[in-house]
Write a protein that binds this ligand. Structure first.
Ligand code: TEU
Ligand code: CA
Length: 549
């Protein structure tokens, strides 16, 4: 096992728009992040990942970039960014930025040139095809609804867009595009950033046959989009020309990849990417906007698969991000056991094998928002998928019910700093998005003042993790993969073995376990000691216990 700083550290994702507004225009900004760095340092964060901070018309909140070398005006200036990087480094933390290069905004200069005529020298920066009579070139679909092709009126050709029509896909077959990407990466690396999170990176290579998808493939087009023939070649090239020249971390958002692709992409010997975000855990039971039932046995299997590839693979561990609902609402119980179950999820995230990635608000147990009509949503995906949802025979009301479990907007409500108006996110009165009304109870101020809070639970666990290489690098062993309610696993280190027992249910359980007497209790989310006999342990609802020997 090769030791690396990014295996030992903990990442915290910031969605700048919703994090903290320093100038009261209702939009979170870079100065706002700077003001909260001491808070993140106190929590024990090492690496901060910010969602896109580049100039953008914000069709998809910054995942549509107009200019890669300019900061989004609403977020501040390049000077503010430089200041942020400096302040992060002063605090001995690291900063990684979001690299969105599968597509640009349709307002990027390259696309404006590209669409201006068929002979333009930027024409080949994007993917243009003639239509098939009156239809698009093929039946590929966009994740935000409808065809993945849009007809352009100037040349009557179609361009490809896997996401919104304002996010045209770049043509990676073109050497010049790849050079541009390498160059813009170096621009930020030379400033001293510490790495990239790479947006939908498996999609960059397109199968040049552009065949129609089968009915089955249409249900999950990402599986096809993520298996382009030149993906590994493009990543190896990027690695040798750019990444390998800096001591940084690369994390690929690996939507849609097969297990084989995952194994190759993040194999240390292949020199492609350091880490990947897999979707299996965060999307368990998901089918588009529908959340189906899932169970703990399935979840445990997913953890086992990603942990036990071999010593050349290192996973990431996360239960939230800006594209998914809040973890306490999905995996915990955000009603009767919000605090306790959020702490359990903290223990799960911070004691698995892999680099933990936390998401803003997770550390205080922020919950899903309760939406009661479509106009309350901001995400373009909600309206984008409306026709398809209606077409599947459900009512608007049902669609909203589903979205209350699955919408990306749950994680984008503004950060809850205090019980004040709008949760202390901004002092203005024109916020870009909602604050969850439960900010009156769930907020950073409350958590900081209470030693027993979710925040302090995360902080203490992060300290424990930092002090033990065995907890970080130890082997992962699921001791009871078939239990329906209990997740019990070991991390077996060179000197110390850790044992986690998590009761992921609302019931008390008298659990049979033989060798507990050999262990001592290290940390837990209980106020009282659990009763342990030579053969049993009494577990209360949502108990999370860490033992060691
Ligand atoms: O996400 C891609 C992705 O996997 C999801 O957005 C997915 O397509 C969607 O949630 C389906 O339900 C990345 C970014 O994280 C996301 O915010 C962007 O919207 C998307 O790429 C396009 O850049
Ligand atoms: Ca602002």
């Amino acid at each position: 096992m090769i030791k690396k700083w990014w295996k030992e550290q903990v990442v915290y994702q910031i969605y700048p728009r919703s994090f903290y507004d320093s100038n009261n225009d209702g939009i979170g900004d870079i100065k706002g992040i700077i003001l909260k760095l001491d808070y993140l340092k106190l929590l024990g964060i090492d690496i901060i990942w910010i969602s896109p901070h580049f100039d953008s018309p914000n069709d998809d909140n910054g995942y549509d970039i107009r200019n890669y070398k300019k900061v989004m005006e609403e977020f501040g200036s390049m000077q503010d960014f430089d200041q942020l990087l400096k302040e992060v480094h002063i605090r001995k933390m690291k900063l990684i930025i979001d690299l969105v290069v599968n597509h640009t905004s349709d307002e990027h200069d390259w696309f404006i040139e590209s669409k201006s005529s068929q002979n333009n020298k930027f024409r080949d920066y994007y993917i243009w095809k003639e239509g098939d009579k009156k239809n698009p070139p093929n039946n590929w679909t966009s994740f935000f609804g409808g065809s993945a092709w849009k007809k352009d009126l100037i040349s009557n050709d179609y361009y490809l867009h896997y996401f919104s029509k304002k996010q045209p896909d770049l043509n990676w077959e073109n050497n010049k595009v790849r050079k541009e990407v390498h160059e813009l990466m170096k621009f930020w690396l030379e400033k001293g950033i510490d790495g990239f999170r790479m947006d939908v990176i498996p999609f960059i290579s397109k199968d040049q046959d552009f065949n129609n998808l089968s009915k089955k493939e249409l249900l999950n087009p990402e599986k096809v989009y993520a298996s382009g023939p030149r993906l590994h070649e493009f990543l190896k090239e990027m690695n040798s020309k750019v990444l390998s020249k800096y001591d940084i971390v690369s994390i690929g958002e690996a939507f849609g990849i097969s297990k084989d692709t995952m194994i190759k992409l993040s194999d240390e010997r292949e020199e492609e990417l350091d880490l990947v975000f897999l979707f299996d855990i965060v999307r368990i039971g998901r089918d588009n906007w529908i959340q189906n039932k899932w169970n703990l046995v399935q979840l445990k299997k997913l953890f086992k698969t990603q942990s036990n590839v071999d010593e050349f693979h290192w996973p990431t561990v996360f239960l939230n991000n800006h594209d998914n609902p809040r973890s306490v609402s999905k995996y915990g119980n955000d009603k009767d056991y919000r605090i306790k179950s959020a702490k359990l999820l903290a223990m799960l995230t911070l004691t698995q094998r892999g680099t933990p990635v936390l998401y803003q608000g997770e550390e205080i147990g922020m919950t899903n928002h309760n939406f009661d009509n479509l106009s309350q949503f901001d995400d373009l995906e909600v309206l984008g998928n409306l026709d398809k949802a209606m077409g599947s025979g459900i009512s608007k009301k049902d669609y909203i019910t589903h979205l209350n479990n699955t919408s990306r907007d749950h994680s984008r409500t503004t950060m809850q700093w205090s019980s004040g108006t709008k949760g202390g996110f901004s002092n203005g009165n024109n916020n870009w998005f909602l604050s969850n009304p439960n900010h009156d109870r769930i907020n950073v101020e409350n958590d900081l003042n209470n030693e027993d809070s979710i925040f302090h639970f995360y902080r203490k666990l992060l300290q424990i993790r930092k002090q033990s290489k065995d907890l970080i690098y130890g082997d992962y062993l699921d001791l009871d993969p078939n239990h329906q309610n209990i997740f019990m696993y070991q991390r077996v280190g060179l000197k110390t073995t850790y044992l986690m027992i998590l009761n992921m249910s609302d019931s008390s359980i008298n659990y049979n376990f033989d060798n507990l007497m050999e262990y001592s209790l290290e940390f837990s989310n209980r106020n009282t000691k659990p009763r342990i006999s030579s053969k049993h342990i009494e577990l209360l609802a949502w108990d999370a216990l860490m033992f060691k020997k």
